[in-house]
Design a protein around this ligand. Sequence first.
Ligand SMILES: *[C@@H]1O[C@H](CO)[C@@H](O)[C@H](O)[C@H]1NC(C)=O
Ligand SMILES: *[C@@H]1O[C@H](CO)[C@@H](O)[C@H](O)[C@H]1NC(C)=O
Ligand SMILES: *[C@@H]1O[C@H](CO)[C@@H](O)[C@H](O)[C@H]1NC(C)=O
Ligand SMILES: *[C@@H]1O[C@H](CO)[C@@H](O)[C@H](O)[C@H]1NC(C)=O
Length: 517
Amino acid sequence: MATLDNVSLYKLWIAAITILPFTQTLSQTENYIVHMDLSVMPGAFSGQHQWYLSTLADVSDRSTARATATTSTASSKLLYSYTHVIDGFSASLTPSELEVLKNSPGYISSIKDLPVKHDTTRSSKFLGLTPQSPAWKVSNHGEGVIIGLVDTGVWPESQSYREHGMPEIPKRWKGECEGGTQFKSSKCNKKLIGARFFNRGLIAKYPNTTISVNSTRDTDGHGTHTSSTAAGNYVEGASYFGYAPGTANGVAPLAHVAMYKAFWDEGAYTTDIIAAIDQAISDGVDILSLSLGLDGIPLSEDPIALATFAAVEKNVFVSTSAGNEGPFYETLHNGIPWVLTVAAGTLDREFNAVLTLGNGISIAGSSLYLGTTYFYEVPIVYMNGCHKMSKLIKLGQKIVVCQVGNDGNDLSDRVENVSEANVTAGVFITGFTDTEEFIQNRFPVVLLNQKDGKTIIDYIKNSNKPQASVEFRKTSLWIKSAPSVTSYSSRGPSASCPVVMKPDIMAPGLTYISCMA
Ligand SMILES: *[C@@H]1O[C@H](CO)[C@@H](O)[C@H](O)[C@H]1NC(C)=O
Ligand SMILES: *[C@@H]1O[C@H](CO)[C@@H](O)[C@H](O)[C@H]1NC(C)=O
Ligand SMILES: *[C@@H]1O[C@H](CO)[C@@H](O)[C@H](O)[C@H]1NC(C)=O
Ligand SMILES: *[C@@H]1O[C@H](CO)[C@@H](O)[C@H](O)[C@H]1NC(C)=O
């Protein structure tokens, strides 16, 4: 036998290391949504679920050339059988199993599972919804309507889900209140009438993941926010740490809520989301509210587009968010022509801190600071651009005024430097309008526009002992520039269907506007 020379050994070694990872990926499974032709289903099957199980048992059998595949291995592959959203199912398949499936009777097409991202006390008054307004009269505050949400779950103890004043649950309702981790099925009532959760797709994708709260309980806050905005009951005396005081309620305060949790701290996948939509259609929701969407996928391959089409066919009205990727064009993710796509607008409300200068002049700036409410007669200094950290740290207990340009990055750096310098508060003069991340600061930050900034600088320069008091937690209403589109709201057109103008309408999304705008 000829001995191998070094070059041949090297070639073999290279071949081995390139083949090894390849064979590993071959055995890895992926989730697929599989569209089937029901007309081909043999009459012997009692229903489509049995047919799908049998098809999958056959597939894993043939792809491994073993005759041992049983229905139990098939049922571990099957994630969901869908009834409404498509004729078909989702399953966790190896590449070879998928190839075999493609030749099975009834197979039409398959789509690979995809990860999905999910993107108030004044809104109803601002929208003109008073007890006398036609919209509330005609709809009777949404009485009898069931709103289903596919979201992060719900926090059922929130006052917004009290059943006080709610009508009976409609007889046609077929939904359920599923119990689970930290969520008893007794948590539902006449307001929150349904709670279900979907994570088989997520777990098939990440078999080793632990679902920390395996129930409809909301560990994020998004679903509680969206569902109470849509249909929350009246909550008197609500406020955000003193900001925005008033009565909180949804825009349809007599409507019922059903929550379908498909967004998890651990991730979210289309197989679970369309399973949630499928169930919501079965349960009998009237409206589906989805704060989600896929980007850059043709409508024919977008499981959410397909699922919402089925919902609309069954007389369910579907409302979706435009996305939060603005202000750039073509960032809109729900170009789906058959759903309502809603952009985010501002409310006529502003959260303020009021600065009262030593000369008695008062100036309102933007702030959402939640710490100390009041600083009384503190020395105030103007530090130009606030670039010199060495000077800032020597100031001590003073209010520091900085002139910042219109550049958000510069503002971000200056706020960070001043907050690290241990001064009392920072006042930033800027034309930058996307202020949300700055005013919600652990450090007392006040933002001023150029005109008010000049008033303060003039005062400091002309006073021999400049000082100011600051009061936080102030709320102003009736701000004239509202409504306007928020800068974060995604803009059309949608790449998947540019011929249909989107978004369709705008609704209050930002709960305040800043005085910068
Ligand atoms: C999951 O955990 C098992 C056992 O700890 C390990 O063998 C496997 O590689 C892990 N899988 C993934 C995808 O991390
Ligand atoms: C989550 O709860 C469901 C229903 O109670 C159960 O079937 C499932 O196995 C649970 N999943 C995990 C990861 O604990
Ligand atoms: C000031 O901010 C800059 C970022 O703009 C940062 O690199 C620098 O470390 C900060 N200085 C101090 C002393 O924190
Ligand atoms: C700010 O104050 C904290 C706590 O008093 C202290 O630990 C820190 O070193 C101070 N920072 C500066 C820049 O002086």
